[in-house]
Design a protein around this ligand. Structure first.
Ligand code: ACO
Length: 332
């Protein structure tokens, strides 16, 4: 029986044109460049224009990934879009992306698992290919999180940004692709990162609309920080052990880009050389489910990530959820 592997053959990214610097934010809320840089490492982030929707960003990143993969949209077998900031609750954003790309009427679904959503989607897309059920799978992470931010709340509005990243997974018989993974969730920490409104708990009605904080992202930064550092280190070790590898076998770790201090903490605990950690949080802020494909795409274009390498993805976020996975890129 032929063994199928899911190789990463295309990478694309999109960040809106408008850049919001820490100095710009200091004009809106009581904050400073010094505070933001020392606590998070973030210097600037991209913010979508009023005319842009999350599906536009997802489609733009996907077009680049498809072009690099030399895959026509009509040859896709499955589209998975990870996001927590879709254009609408209904319809699923994945169908809008499918239509904007001019892809065939193939299966398309939106996956919501907080920031790790894209890693979840990469595991699912790979599993479809490994099972022989798909040849070309588009896996997108896209977030237009600025629309959910309270720009009077300095504890959250300085941390996030808008962007999209996309990957094309393609079936091959060359050994490569997903080597190991861990997906997890712990709903007992759900309160630490939440947007209360717009669901069944708090639908938008005349009598509920008045309490403005219910309609924005709320975060208990310290609790998320503790959870993130613990889970990142534990899940990195877990996926290495499952794949029977050590950090010496890994070319790069591509972590969720939430905060430079979390990335440095994980690198220190794992005794990893800082240059093995891909980081671009300083220029984009936390772009949630888009952050890992965005960082990977940049590192591919600047020549760090190359065919033949082994990469570890590691993420954490709302849920609370976490995910880690090791992927090997096939040699040409
Ligand atoms: N500018 C200036 N001061 C601020 C700001 C700001 N933007 N935000 C908060 N402060 C103040 C606080 O009010 C507090 O003041 P006080 O001591 O007088 O009360 C002080 O700074 C310290 O606040 P802390 O919250 O303790 O600051 P901390 O060192 O914990 O850093 C941070 C906060 C950066 C949010 C940190 O907790 C963190 O990174 N948490 C993880 C966040 C994260 O990764 N979230 C996303 C994961 S999930 C996802 O990606 C969707």
């Amino acid at each position: 029986m032929t063994q199928h592997y899911a190789n990463i053959v295309g990478l694309g990214m999109y960040a809106p044109e408008k850049v919001l610097t820490n100095a710009d934010l200091a004009k809106i809320v009581d904050t400073s460049d010094e505070w933001i840089v020392s606590r998070s490492g973030i210097r600037e982030r991209h913010i979508a224009s009023d005319k842009e929707q999350c599906s536009d960003m997802a489609a733009a990143a996907s077009r680049d990934a498809l072009a690099m993969a030399n895959v026509d949209p009509s040859d896709l077998d499955l589209i998975i879009v990870a996001t927590s900031s879709p254009d609408n609750h209904v319809p699923p954003m994945s169908s809008l992306v499918q239509d904007k790309l001019g892809a065939g009427n193939v299966g398309a679904y939106t996956l919501v698992a907080g920031c790790p959503g894209w890693v979840y989607a990469m595991v699912q897309g790979s599993a479809m290919i490994q099972a022989g059920l798909a040849k070309n799978v588009l896996v997108v992470g896209a977030e237009l999180i600025s629309r959910y931010l309270d720009f009077t709340d300095r504890a959250t509005c300085v941390l996030f940004g808008d962007a999209a990243g996309a990957v094309v997974l393609q079936a091959t018989d060359k050994p490569c692709g997903l080597l190991s993974y861990e997906l997890g969730s712990d709903g007992s920490g759900a309160e630490h990162l939440k947007m209360k409104g717009c669901g069944t708990e708090l639908p938008p009605r005349e009598d509920t609309i008045g309490n403005r904080e219910d309609w924005y992202l709320q975060m208990n930064g310290r609790e998320v920080f503790k959870f993130a550092t613990r889970k990142m280190v534990d899940s990195l070790h877990s996926v290495l052990e499952k794949a029977d590898l050590t950090f010496d076998d890994i070319d790069y770790v591509v972590p969720h880009q939430a905060n430079m201090r979390i990335i440095e903490y994980a690198a220190g605990k794992a005794k990893l050389a800082p240059e093995k950690m891909i980081a671009n949080v300083s220029n984009y802020g936390n772009t949630s489910a888009a952050s890992i494909p965005l960082a990977m795409c940049e590192a591919y274009h600047d020549g760090r990530i190359k065919p033949g390498q082994k990469l570890v993805f590691s993420s954490f976020g709302a849920g609370l959820t976490w995910a880690a996975a090791i992927f090997e890129l096939a040699t040409p």
